[in-house]
Design a protein around this ligand. Structure first.
Ligand code: FES
Length: 137
């Protein structure tokens, strides 16, 4: 196999690998009549500890189990209120953490450490069967 053929096969492999991620990231589900959007499953939440929807209709979304009452779920807009970086859920510390300037937020989105001074926006969230649904507005 010559170098050109080999490189074309490598390129096809990379494309095939990234295609499902690209498709999943671009899917935008329309809100139902009640405003809720299915964002994932309880099984997914159980296995991953968090549901992440970077392109949720109302902004990047993180949904978790409430550490204070694991029967309840919490959904927040992952946009840091300091300068707009995306926060991550830190299961060990039970906080949302911003990688840019170190802000930290409680599981309800309220500020623990600045420089951010405003809470993360939160969304209404509910469970129907195995589905996790978040209200878009
Ligand atoms: S953007 Fe999050 S702390 Fe600055």
């Amino acid at each position: 196999m010559d170098r050109r053929t080999f490189m074309s096969w490598v390129g096809l492999g990379l494309l095939a690998n990234s295609l499902p991620v690209a498709i999943a990231a671009s899917i935008k589900t329309k809100p139902r009549a009640d405003g809720f959007v299915p964002v994932g499953t309880l099984k997914q939440l159980q296995s991953d500890g968090v549901i992440q929807v970077p392109k949720f209709v109302a902004g990047p979304l993180l949904a978790i189990r409430n550490p204070q009452d694991t029967k309840k779920l919490v959904a927040v807009n992952a946009t840091c209120t300091h300068r707009g970086c995306k926060v991550n859920w830190q299961a060990k510390s039970k906080q949302f953490a911003c990688p840019c300037h170190g802000s930290a937020f409680k599981s309800d989105g309220s500020v623990v450490n600045g420089p951010a001074s405003k809470s993360l926006a939160s969304f209404k969230v509910k469970v129907e069967g195995n589905s996790v649904l978040v209200k878009a507005s």
